[in-house]
Design a protein around this ligand. Structure first.
Ligand code: ADP
Length: 373
């Protein structure tokens, strides 16, 4: 099995970002992990040069793979930069779409790709994505989750997963991890927690494409994509680069969140991704002591908003301490508290989503589906 030194020695033949200094001396190597003969290498670059750096990335990958005893190599480009994602990204704005339609190629074996998005952070988008995926799996669907929230991947925690994904026998693709019957891929599996990785512009798309396309998903009825929160250029570019058959918008009931949710809906409509529906999270408060229900905010705001906008309403999820606690422990309530009101809420939402899977989401080609019962 190759050691770090051997990998570094192999990389001496690869010029670093300046085109001259060999990679090991360039100071650009920001991460090197070797596990079971598989090498994960991160190279730090200027995000503005992401496209130019792609040949270097490929060369580094090839140099590592050429080493004896290497089961595979995954090299990624990363950028170290203070904030900048979402806003002000005009220099690396979304590529103009050719012909106005969605152009991303489908993923073979994956019938539907569904984005879970929100107009802003903290509304429980990832929690909903995780639990709806788990609920769909409980309903008998083959489900995957792609954590596209590159800046704050939360799927490793939500699914209680900490291992590194294995490389497939082809040495090219990663095998997703599995938890509660759901296949999961997240950048969080590949980079160390707390590592300051900020992705922008083309790099986001390069990383997203690797997580989406260089993964052995196998046959899936639905791949749930947890989008980064917000409606900036990055999110728009992502929505264009993933062959989405629909989007679920998560909102809380407050007016401000609803304004953001409206922006989220508009963003997907702009890129012709049909809205599967809106989920109202933290809809009402479930008292952990007495089990009583309190409508803290003007409850049903999202339902009314969905009606006003002419998009389906998928259901409401209570604000419940158990959801937070179980999420923190990697024990999604949809599977671990199956009798709870929380789990029923997620099951009901999943059933509505399933209806669109079976019927074919609006605007998407219906895939034939044979159910053996
Ligand atoms: P987002 O993906 O929108 O940023 P998260 O899913 O990470 O939001 O949720 C933010 C925080 O709120 C987490 O601590 C999560 O456990 C908690 N949370 C989300 N939904 C609920 C809920 N329905 N009840 C209680 N806590 C929740």
């Amino acid at each position: 099995m190759a050691a770090r030194d051997e990998v570094m020695a192999a990389l001496k033949g690869v010029p670093g970002p300046d085109g001259r200094t060999p990679l090991p001396e360039s100071g650009a190597i920001s991460g090197l992990t070797i596990r079971d003969g598989k090498v994960f290498l991160a190279i730090l670059i200027d995000p503005a040069e992401a496209r130019k750096m792609e040949p270097m990335r490929e060369q580094a990958e090839a140099a590592i793979k050429a080493l004896p005893g290497i089961a595979g190599a995954v090299v990624t480009l990363t950028a170290e930069s203070a904030r900048a994602v979402g806003g002000g990204g005009h220099a690396h704005g979304p590529p103009q779409r050719q012909g106005g339609g969605r152009s991303a190629a489908p993923i073979s074996g994956v019938k539907r790709i569904i984005a879970v998005a929100s107009g802003k952070g903290g509304v429980g988008k990832s929690t909903v994505a995780c639990n709806v995926a788990v609920a769909l799996a409980r309903l008998g669907f083959k489900v995957g989750v792609l954590d596209a929230d590159l800046y704050g991947p939360s799927m490793p925690k939500l699914f209680g997963l900490a291992a590194r994904p294995q490389l497939a026998p082809d040495g090219q693709r990663l095998i997703p991890l599995e938890s509660f019957g759901v296949r999961v891929m997240s950048i969080g599996f590949l980079i160390d927690e707390g590592a300051p990785v900020i992705w922008r512009g083309p790099m986001v798309i390069s990383a997203l494409n690797q997580l989406l396309r260089e993964v052995v998903w196998g046959d899936l009825d639905a791949l749930i994509v947890d989008m980064p929160p917000g409606t900036g250029d990055t999110q728009l570019t992502m929505a264009q680069n993933v062959p989405l058959s629909g989007a679920i918008i998560v909102s809380t009931p407050q007016d401000l969140a609803l304004i953001d949710a409206r922006r989220g809906i508009a963003m997907f409509q702009k890129v012709q991704v049909p809205i599967i529906g809106v989920v109202e999270n933290m809809s009402y408060f479930l008292c952990p002591h007495c089990g009583g229900r309190t409508d803290i905010f003007s409850h049903a705001g999202a339902r009314k908003e969905a009606e006003a906008l002419g998009v389906p309403f998928l259901g409401e999820v209570p604000l419940d301490l158990a959801i937070r606690q179980n999420s923190d422990e990697g024990l999604p309530v949809a599977a671990t508290l199956p009798e709870s009101a929380d789990a029923s809420a997620f099951m009901e939402i999943a059933r509505r989503v399933a209806d669109t899977l079976e019927a074919g989401a609006p605007g998407a080609k219906p895939a034939p589906r044979i159910r053996i019962v």
